[in-house]
Design a protein around this ligand. Structure first.
Ligand code: SAH
Length: 350
């Protein structure tokens, strides 16, 4: 049976064609799927009863199910483990921020970038998620917020497990679809995509006509160190990544954010701060410092507060716009991939 969850309006129109219904029915179905939380055709009460019965016989609505849920003690962060039809599970995180509800979606089940500090890399990559599976994460959380208190998803960060630019078409399709008024109608400015630096795709994204914010995972100010902690740097070296980010900023007029995980004794000293300032000189960019979330399986530690602050102050004193990421949900293993890993390990023990 054809699964219609995640289809665009034109695609829904095609699927409904054999049912010989007026065109506006497709929009009604879309609104039920994406804005009104319908789990079945029976609920779509503005469709004629006979149509509902026929749709039910021939089509299905494949919403992912929540295989796990964790709420932080302060109630502001919720992490869902969503399971798709084939049993693949991914993490989606909701952060109730003062400026709105922000969600973090995954684009791949696992990841094969192999970054030394990242929990998503531990079990490699299972597969790319489809456009519809990425969309489902946003819709499921939006439904949850609506039921909670009439809330909605306000911003989306594409920073969950996976490298989004290694799944480019599905990710771009997801952004465009979520932007549609019959889905969530989210403005492009409310999206942020984070990449480890897949250079050719960064250029493609600049041309794609979706002026979203770009974050680049830098984590080191020179090739020698970046090669050690991010194997992808051997393919796309630092200077090419920075040039692509600079091009993105110039073309879209959007400030690029460089993410820089601070790891004790590795990349958090004054020499590295100095190199970083030099590297980013004159760019429309900001740096987001992320004190590492220690991953149990890796022996990388978080620097002391003093070291974090001196790194921050060095950048600020040299006119680099810098912020330190506030931590949310550390008590629920919100660090990338940690919940999914626990799940995989439990599955393996069965
Ligand atoms: N592959 C993309 C998106 C996923 S990672 C990318 O590399 O940007 C999203 C962000 O979380 C990246 O900046 C990543 O480096 C960071 N991250 C991964 N593991 C982390 C950890 N243990 N502590 C803090 N941040 C981490």
């Amino acid at each position: 049976m054809a699964d219609i969850f995640g289809l665009s309006l034109p695609e829904l129109q095609d699927v409904l064609e054999p049912f010989q219904v007026p065109k506006y029915r497709a929009r009604q179905v879309a609104e039920w799927l994406y804005q009104r939380g319908a789990q079945s055709f029976g609920e779509m009460t503005n469709l004629p009863k006979t149509l509902r019965v026929r749709l039910n016989e021939e089509l299905s609505i494949g919403r992912p199910s929540a295989a796990g849920r964790l709420d932080s003690v302060d109630g502001r962060t919720t992490k869902l483990l969503l399971e798709f039809k084939d049993g693949t599970a991914v993490e989606t995180v909701l952060m109730r921020q003062p400026y709105g509800n922000s969600i973090c979606v995954s684009t791949q089940a696992g990841c094969n970038m192999g970054c030394a500090f990242c929990a998503s890399a531990l079990h490699g990559m299972t597969r790319n998620l489809t456009r519809n599976e990425i969309l489902a994460q946003a819709v499921v959380i939006n439904d949850m917020l609506r039921e909670e208190n009439g809330g909605k998803v306000d911003t989306v960060v594409i920073m969950g497990s996976g490298e989004p630019l290694m799944n480019y078409d599905n990710v771009l399709g997801f952004i465009r679809l979520l932007h549609e008024d019959y889905v969530l109608g989210l403005g492009y400015r409310n999206f942020t995509l984070s990449t480890s630096g897949i250079v050719p795709k960064m250029y493609d994204l600049a041309e794609a006509g979706v002026p979203i914010s770009l974050s680049v995972s830098l984590h080191a100010p020179n090739n020698e160190l970046r090669n050690r902690i991010m194997p992808i740097n051997r393919k796309f070296p630092l200077e090419d990544v920075v040039a692509a980010a600079r091009h993105y900023a110039e073309l879209t007029k959007r400030r690029v954010t460089y993410e820089y995980i601070l790891i004790d004794g590795l990349n958090d000293g004054e020499p590295q701060a100095k190199e970083l300032v030099k590297l980013l000189h004159g760019q429309l960019a900001s740096v987001n410092l992320i004190p590492i979330n220690p991953v149990r399986e890796r022996n990388l530690l978080r620097p002391s507060r003093v070291r974090i602050e001196s790194f921050e102050h060095y950048l600020a004193a040299h006119k680099v716009v810098v912020t330190v990421r506030r931590e949310m949900g550390a008590d629920i293993q919100a660090a990338c991939g940690q919940l999914r890993n626990r799940h995989l390990e439990q599955e393996m023990q069965k």
